[in-house]
Design a protein around this ligand. Sequence first.
Ligand code: NAD
Length: 499
Amino acid sequence: MQELTHYINGAHVKGTSGRFADVYNPATGEVQARVPLATPDEVADAVEKAAIAQVEWAKVNPQRRARVMMKFGALINEHMEELAELVAREHGKTIPDAKGDVQRGLEVVEVCMGAPAMLKGEFMDSAGPGIDLTSMRQALGVVAGITPFNFPAMIPLWKMAPAIVCGNAMILKPSERVPSTALRLAELFSEAGLPDGVLQVINGDKEAVDTLLDNDTIQAVGFVGSTPIAQYIYGRAATNGKRAQCFGGAKNHMIIMPDADLDKASDALIGAGFGAAGERCMAISVAVPVGKDTADKLVAKLLPKIEALKVGPYTAGDDVDYGPVITSASLERITGLIASGVEQGATLAIDGRDFALQGYENGYFIGPTLFDDVTPDMDIYKEEIFGPVLTTVRADNYEDALKLVMDNQYGNGTAIYTADGDTARDFASRVNVGMVGINFPIPVPLSYFSFGGWKKSAFGDLNQYGPDAFKFYTKTKTVTSRWYSGIKDGAALNFKALD
Ligand code: NAD
């Protein structure tokens, strides 16, 4: 059995707690590794070492820090196949999807290569007689990143790249279900020239997280995961005086207007509803067709497409559409929610619960499931299912559809399919959701914009990656200076590069 490690000061370090979490192969249900769960002392030690490394790292000029990012990006590209395999092995997603996971993280690294321009401050010349004002962006110090299981490469990269290029050191606590990708990324970062200690990967559970939240050296906490934990972490970090941004769960709706191209809308729903087994915070889990005719036609188009989906292990090749869910507990939760939907009166149009795959009987597979006639009082509507289950809530008109989205407690992503620009504009302008797609099902903003939901999908002020990340991971200092008139030095004539 493989025993995983922490990654401290540029080296793999064995855990000393004697506590481990099993890392499963979700396709077979077998334990393939065990990951150490750090003690408070191990966490404190990693933070202390990071604090020493951070002081020197912050002195490295931004252009040189950006060069480390360039090398890191090149190494990620070079190791794309290997990283995708690592992601798929522990998460269960298909290889093409796992490459997307790495790629969307890499794109954030690419934007961080332009960090010097993002880190420039502001200057006001002659704000008063002999008075100039300068504002500068300085690193926070040591920051923590706590990440979920569903994007083992992308979200750790969203956290580590901006934090580090801004001159901070980061303690990354990846999900204990998928720790290997973060450990490998840390090795590649070292190979790219990142000084030891600037990125520490600590594996652990609640005990490690709570230790980070209470550690006085930690200046900021970036979290991604489920809403109850996001809210808890935000509260505890903020109480301890830390900057915090905590991104939570979702229930993303797609409105399908009567004038929508239903072939395109149904294709979009298949990809956004069932890709990665529905384990995406930007998955569309609620289809909202407007009008009975639209709903009947949409469901008729969805049925054969859903029946045709291929579910299997990532090792079965590229024609597999999605793989298993992450754990047996997750599988049980999803099948329990499906049962509740039936009990509470929804129409189960396709039932994925009987799905079985020869040779993978112990894997956490579930077939694609479609519900029709879902109402907002049902558990399958209220809860984030986080599985391959698409629910259909029929709306009588656009205003009712919009109200449904607006009234939902989550506000991560949403989409509308329509041929009418006026409706699309109205929707984008009025909806209280952070990321909006118009004829686009999963509107994850590109890396030079920034990512963040509203309502119970995010706690804190700024989004992750893009320009917001440079604000989150730096603090502003403003200097007002006055130089009284006096004797000026002679001119310096030599043209010298800065150190
Ligand atoms: P999770 O909340 O169970 O775990 C996330 C992290 O928090 C892990 O590192 C875990 O070890 C830690 N953690 C878990 N319980 C804790 C506790 N009681 N105290 C302290 N730390 C704890 O989430 P998950 O199951 O790994 O991920 C799935 C969830 O993440 C879904 O709800 C999904 O919507 C959400 N998600 C959100 C976004 C976003 O950007 N909004 C992105 C991806 C995933």
